[in-house]
Design a protein around this ligand. Structure first.
Ligand code: TGC
Ligand code: FAD
Length: 395
């Protein structure tokens, strides 16, 4: 029997030669370099940093950006990379998402030439690691209520940043943090949100690690504490102001998650399929029972639909027409589907389903975070509800 019998034949019908090559080479790379170490990294609660230069070599850092040493991949190829990374572990995909979509993208899209030249080539080579600071202790789903602020000094125009960010992927190991803060700007009396490049070593900056996570353990998470940190005026991102700055970055990252979630789902489905073919109870393979086949069919068909949604929106993005609401649809539905598949797959392995060596429980725990970050399931529901009705449930 084939190792991966997906009836839709997505690979044969939806991808060109280059996309197929990128998909296969990423799968091979991940099976060779990530699969053998991921369970141990997860148990120890550490991000495997030795992977960073390898990701750079493969072109995964800033993969969809043009120039500055980036690979310039199209959105479908970029999505397939996310899928294969998350087939191994959501935390591994998170590392690349944060570096590429949440840190390199805003420098690329909202930075000036000097900022792009200074940061992007080194970030593409994995020499400079980024973090994205939006969430605060009292501002999670509602980032517009953030308290972190930046006061511009009249003397030299530098900014003094004060505040606290929490739940920040990569912050303990980051060399540069994109911090979103409110500042008085444009002679206005109302504070606006601006992005700042806060560099490791700036006085008053600390990034304590958040310990005790039972999910996304192969990803490092921490705070960003800003105790009157002086940030040179040259480190302010000049090209955007307002909430649409960070939300535009999130749109890039959420798109990648829509693909990545299908990778985690595939891993769970494939393991449940092969386990139930091999495991005999009542003198027959579990996979021969009708209830088991129904579960496999539901999982398989849900993955097929998730892949078609991701691919369709990838082509829309390639044409330059994608909207944030379409991305909310993708992130919301594919993550929910992946979480349900992981739960079903876990039960299909019985007791073995909770064991690390079968990998499904790890995906299941990870997907609980993916359901919450980058906009919770409920927030995407309300965003889509607002788009459908014209009525906001937020305020
Ligand atoms: P709202 O009035 O809707 O919008 C304010 C301005 O932003 C624009 N906008 C967007 N622009 C680009 N992309 C989007 N997705 C956008 N959504 C809105 C909008 O057009 C408007 O622009 P303008 O020019 O008119 O001012 O804002 P709101 O206050 O009603 O809030 C909307 C809401 C609740 C949906 C938003 O605040 C939201 O998405 N909340 C969720 C917060 C969130 O996702 N946080 C994620 C933190 S980062 C993270 O989790 C990283 S995990 C990393 C990893 O490890 O992978
Ligand atoms: P809350 O906003 O307090 O929400 C709690 C619950 O209430 C949720 O179920 C939510 O859906 C619900 N809720 C909230 N508002 C409404 C409403 N209006 N109607 C109905 N229900 C509602 N953030 C960053 O900035 N950078 C990062 O790199 C980053 N990485 C992360 C890594 C991990 C491991 C985790 C867990 C989080 C990370 N986050 C990051 C933060 C993440 O984006 C937030 O956790 C998320 O946006 C939710 O915010 P909150 O945790 O404060 O929950």
């Amino acid at each position: 029997m084939e190792a991966r019998p997906y009836i839709l034949d997505f690979e044969g019908t939806c991808l060109d030669e280059e996309e197929t090559l990128i998909w296969k080479s990423t799968r091979d790379f991940c099976e060779k370099n990530v699969a053998p170490i991921i369970e141990d990294a997860y148990e120890r609660g550490e991000f495997p940093r030795a992977l960073i230069p390898m990701f750079a070599e493969m072109g995964y850092l800033g993969a969809s950006l043009e120039g500055y040493g980036c690979a310039g991949m199209n959105p479908v190829a970029y999505g397939l990379i996310n899928l294969e990374l998350e087939r191994q572990d959501s935390g591994i995909r998170s590392f690349c998402s944060v570096q590429s979509a949440l840190c390199m993208y805003p420098i690329y899209a909202f930075g000036n030439d000097e900022q792009r030249e200074r940061f992007l080539p080194r970030m593409a080579r994995g020499e400079v690691i980024g973090g994205f600071g939006l969430t605060e202790p009292n501002a999670g789903s509602d980032p517009g209520s953030m308290r972190t602020h930046a006061k511009q000094e009249a003397k030299d125009g530098d900014y003094i940043l004060r505040g606290q960010k929490m739940w920040i992927t990569n912050s303990p190991l980051a060399d540069v943090l994109i911090v979103w803060a409110k500042t008085l700007d444009f002679g206005s009396e109302t504070p606006v949100i601006r992005g700042f490049l806060v560099e490791r070593g700036f006085a008053g900056l600390s990034t304590p690690e958040t310990k005790g996570k039972l999910s996304l353990r192969a990803s490092v998470t921490g705070e960003i504490v800003l105790d009157d940190v002086r940030v040179p005026k040259e480190n302010m991102l000049p090209g955007v102001h307002g909430l649409k700055g960070p939300l535009s970055c999130l749109t890039q990252a959420r798109y990648g998650i829509g693909w990545g979630a299908m990778g985690a789902a595939m891993s769970c489905y494939e393991r449940a399929r092969s386990y139930t073919i091999d495991r005999v109870q009542f003198d027959r393979p579990l996979a021969s029972f009708q209830l088991t086949q129904q579960k496999l069919v539901e999982m398989h068909n849900t993955i097929g639909k998730g892949m078609l949604l991701a691919h369709h929106l990838g082509r829309v993005k390639q044409a330059g027409n994608i909207t944030p609401i379409q991305v909310s649809y993708l992130k919301r539905d594919n993550v929910r589907a992946a979480l349900e598949i992981a739960r079903t797959a876990r039960s299909m392995l019985g007791g073995n389903g909770i064991m690390g060596e079968y990998h499904i429980m790890r995906h299941l725990c990870n997907l609980e975070t993916v359901f919450t970050y980058e906009g919770t399931h409920e927030i995407h529901t309300l965003s889509i509800g607002r788009a459908l009705t014209g009525l906001s449930a937020f305020s």
